[in-house]
Design a protein around this ligand. Structure first.
Ligand code: ADP
Ligand code: GN1
Ligand code: MG
Length: 362
């Protein structure tokens, strides 16, 4: 649904006694319906995507727990407590979320002031600091009790499961689009074995599960508008036990692509190895020596895995009629899938180079 047509009135009344002076769609997330609301000060109001996040109550408990954990660490370190993590605003009757009469779940965060979001890496150094921030984020959560977290999306980064899902969508061909995407399906099929790399390592006991962010896109980090330093990691919906190499990999997928995620001129899509190096340097520093030998060895695979998996998810959604990711034009998910597969192909060529960089940095 177009965000302009979403009825925000009930939710606004649940949170504010006054009418807002401003309320409009905001940001470029693919999943939730995000609004910027001004009632005296600025807020981010989101209608949670409950067809994707099926347990919104537990999800909000995850977010409250994790944000408080991060804030207490910022407090102990004498950091910028106010902006260290998202601040969940309560409803007028003291709840962390609101369910409207249509069964839609809403939440409100304080707007993290004096920050900006970036859709692309504009300055190489920003990507280094972004790596540090995501590496450090993982460190901050290293002692978070994983048993207290509800898995917000099952099998989220289970790549073999994503592969099987793609094959089911191929089989069903629900909206008749298969005929136009046969080369893309073949591309995925040829990498069926590779999809199992991380799950195999996990089963062999060599790859540890950690509490990870799982959606480490550049636009899920807020940068200080003056200094450019990362201030706050956002989009905490997918914090779950996961693999460090996937958090590393998803940032590379999005930020070290020389083109935007949906660029249709595939000649522009390549892996920027300088950006790869900068992010890796920051991430390793942020992780502060906590990664095992095996994790270090699998960082390049993590980058390829997240890119291939994301491509397969876009392709699946295209075949299923665009029911998951928000699209802005016809064939948008197909464009995204082709783009991700082009990046995988380039990463495959640069795999040796990626390994050399990691070895050098570690
Ligand atoms: P999605 O899951 O749809 O990606 P996000 O939670 O990432 O939703 O929010 C979408 C965008 O809204 C972000 O990329 C960012 O630009 C902006 N945003 C979200 N929360 C805040 C906040 N607390 N302060 C400022 N901007 C925010
Ligand atoms: C979605 O929510 P957003 O836009 O930050 C998706 C990620 C994908 C990404 C691709 C919950 O991220 O997994 O990698 O799009 N989030 C969810 O851009 O599915
Ligand atoms: Mg987001």
């Amino acid at each position: 649904m177009n965000r302009d047509n979403i009825d925000t009135r009930e939710a606004l009344a649940a949170y504010f006694t006054e009418a807002p002076s401003y309320c409009a769609p905001y940001g470029n997330g693919h999943i939730n319906d995000t609004f910027l609301v001004v009632v005296g000060k600025r807020y981010i109001m989101q209608r949670m995507n409950t067809s994707i996040f099926k347990k919104p109550v537990e999800l909000m408990a995850n977010i409250v727990g994790v944000t408080e954990h991060i804030r207490s660490k910022a407090r102990a370190a004498g950091g910028d407590v106010e902006r260290a993590s998202l601040v969940v605003v309560q409803t007028l009757d003291g709840k962390d979320f609101f369910c409207d009469s249509n069964g839609c779940y809403w939440r409100v965060y304080d707007f993290c002031e004096r920050t900006i979001t970036r859709e692309r890496v504009e300055n190489a150094n920003d990507f280094y600091t972004c790596g540090r921030a995501f590496g450090n984020f993982q460190q901050l959560l290293a002692d978070y009790p994983a048993a207290q977290l509800t898995e917000s999306i099952e099998n989220f980064h289970n790549t073999p499961w994503r592969y099987d899902n793609l094959m089911k969508a191929v089989e069903a061909d629900a909206v008749g689009r298969l005929k136009d995407v046969l080369p893309e399906v073949e591309f995925a099929r040829a990498r069926c074995e590779f999809c199992k790399t991380l799950e195999n390592a996990r089963e062999a006991g060599t790859l540890p599960l950690r509490v990870t962010h799982n959606d480490t896109k550049l636009n899920n980090i807020l940068f200080d508008e003056k200094t450019g330093d990362p201030v706050c990691v956002i989009d905490l919906d997918t914090i779950m036990p996961g693999y460090s190499v996937n958090d590393f990999g998803d940032s590379i997928r999005f930020g070290a692509n020389t083109a935007a995620e949906d660029e249709t001129d595939l000649s522009k899509v390549t892996l920027d190895l300088d950006l790869f190096r900068l992010y890796a340097k920051g991430f390793l520093e942020g992780c502060n020596g906590s990664l095992t030998e095996k994790e270090l060895e699998l960082l390049p695979a993590g980058a390829m895995m997240m890119t291939l998996e994301c491509g397969m998810r876009f392709l699946t959604d295209h075949l299923e009629g665009d029911v998951y990711f928000r699209i802005h034009r016809e064939n948008h998910n197909l464009d995204r899938a082709r783009n991700q597969f082009a990046l995988v192909a380039d990463m495959e060529k640069k795999l040796g180079e990626m390994h050399r960089i990691i070895k050098e940095l570690a």
